[in-house]
Structures are given as C-alpha cells and as structure tokens.
Ligand binder design. Sequence first.
Ligand SMILES: [Zn+2]
Length: 397
Amino acid sequence: MSDVPEASESQEVEHSIPEPEEQSDESSDDREASGDTEMDFLRNLFSKTLGISGEKVLDELTLEGVASYMRSGACKHIICMVGAGISTSAGIPDFRSPETGLYANLQKYNLPYPEAIFQIDYFKKHPEPFFALARELYPGQFKPTVCHYFIKLLKDKGFLKRCYTQNIDTLERVAGLESEDLIEAHGTFHTSHCVSFMCRKEYSMDWMKVKIQSDDIPKCEKCNSLVKPDIVFFGENLPKRFFTSTATDFPSCDLLIIMGTSLQVQPFAAMVGRVSKSCPRLLINLEKAGGADPLLGMLGLGGGMDFDSEKAYRDVVHISTCDDGCLALADLLGWRVELEELVKREHEKIDSKGGEENANQSTVPTVKAESVKAESVKAESVKAESVKAESVKPKAE
Ligand SMILES: [Zn+2]
C-alpha cells in the first residue's frame, strides 16, 4: 500500500524507491513545512511590496458571502481541512485541550512524559499504554457529528475535492467518505501493520479491534513482532499520499473550508497558503486561527489568514462550534433539512446496528479483573456516552 506510513528506521534502505522529494529522509516533514513557511514568507513579502493580491471572489467576507459563492456555480472544488474540533461533540476528547485533553488523563500510565505514548521508539519498548488508550478511544464507539455529515453532503452534491483530516478516529469514513475522498494526514485505525520492516504484514480493522478489546498486545501472526494501527506516531513520516495529493489538490481548489483546528501543527498550518491567491478560505472554529505570526506581524510581514485587516479580501471566520457553523451554512444553502435528516437517519442506523451486536451476545460480557481498575478510572475521564459504550463492549477471554 502506498499510503502507509513507514517506520523511520526503514528510511536508509528505501533510497532506491522513487519517492516524492518530501519523503526522502527522516526530517522530510519538517523540511516540507519549513519550505512552505519560507515560501509563504516570500510570497507575502512580495505581495506586500509589489501590491500583488488575489482577485476578490466573495461579495462579502461572511458565511452569507461564502454561501452565495457556493450557489453561483463558480465554486466547483471544495477542500475541507479538519481537526479535533469536529469530533469533540462526538465525545472524543481533544488531545491538546488542557481540561478535557487526553494528555491530562495519561497519569495512570506512568509515562516519562505524556507525548511518549505516541512516540514510535517508546511504543516499541512499551506498547501497553498506547493500547490501553486505544481501548478507551477505539473507533466504533462514537457517532459522526453534524459536521462530518455536512462534509458527506458536500461529497453527495459534487463539491468535495478532498477532505484532509488530522483526526485518527475514522469518523469521516463512518459518515460515508471513501478512501479516495480522504487524506488522513495523521494516519488511521482503518488498517494496521506489523512494525517489523522485514515483514510489514497488513491487518484489518476487525482483527485489530478484537485484539484491542481483548487486552492482548497485538502481535504479528507471521513474525511475532508488534502490530500497530497505521496512525502516524511522532518519529514517523506522514503518509506519502498526503504530499502527492496536496500538490495536485490545492492549486485547483475553489474554496477551502477549515474546521475544528487551531492550525498550530505543521504541515497543516502551512497548507492554507497552498491554494491560489484568489481562493476564498472559510474558518469555522471556536476561535480565530491561522493568523499572521505575531513577530512577523509586528514587522508588517505577517503571513497566514487575514480576516479583518483593511487588506482582507478572501478569508472568512465563523466563530462557533463546527456543528453549529455547518448547520448555519447548510441553512444558507437550503440544505438544512436534508442535513438534519441525514444525521438522524445515519445515527439511527448506527444505534440499531449497535443494538443488534449487543443482542447477539449470548452471555453477559465479563470483565477481566485487571481491566476493572482501568475501566473505573476511565469512567471518570471519559464522557458519558463512551462509558456506556464501554460497558457493553465484549471482553474476549
Ligand atoms: Zn510481522
């Protein structure tokens, strides 16, 4: 598979395979990102000095302006860039939020430092904390949000060029987006691989689900090495498809919709600068993001998004939850009823499927002694709906 992130240790032996230049060594992501930042800096410097600017496409820098552009027929290719904020209403905690964030809940695992749980070298020595966390967060216990279904509606109506997600919860797939619609920039639980570079045997989501729910540490059936979901750990490269698609998708984008991300993590942060100068950019988020670097801003050279300076001409911010923002936009597009019915129908489908699965279990699920402790700690830290899902989860003996 071409879109599988590869362990960093494999890099030396990979030089014979032609790859995008961004992928040629370990520091590729950094270089890609810093390259972008430099380019943005230069672009901004030139546009500032020479007065180069894009065409003004929107009538007004509001959600109404975006909606009327979408209805005009001139807006054909929409790219969505989404982050943790689109999944919080599904009950999935935001990694970086200090209150509800995952890192705050990791004390029980005795990690040397919180990020270690997602570090590939640490994982290879101590996989237990990651799999304990995975058990809490396992995809399938959560339902996609209004925002996820809004993106599905964009696809159904022929607008969606691609959805770039930082999330690993697979809710985009659950909502009906397919592999070709999606770039899972931080990888996915959808597939797993043996971590041994000599083996790399692929495992399905169902296989991994059974392992994770059974308290077993997943081991390769061929070589007995660890098996890891294909989410991108620190110390690993982003999926190759991320770089190839970014290069082709962004120049032809007619509208960039950014939702639920504070655009603080590279390479996502720099990507907003990859659309054409005339491409409108809509941010739906609880706070403004993607603005100029404060230091560069002080020098009058700021890059990034510009919502309200006198030079603002294409960037729109809608401060709200992602669900509310999508409902408001759907309303302006005349899609609101359709969106609400889609959400209702799909959620009912998921609920009834969950009900069947539970009904099919002939015995009351038993919980292993060692996991009782983890379960009770979990109950304090995870939202009510996920605790409910946990309590009916089958435990393999
Ligand atoms: Zn193996």
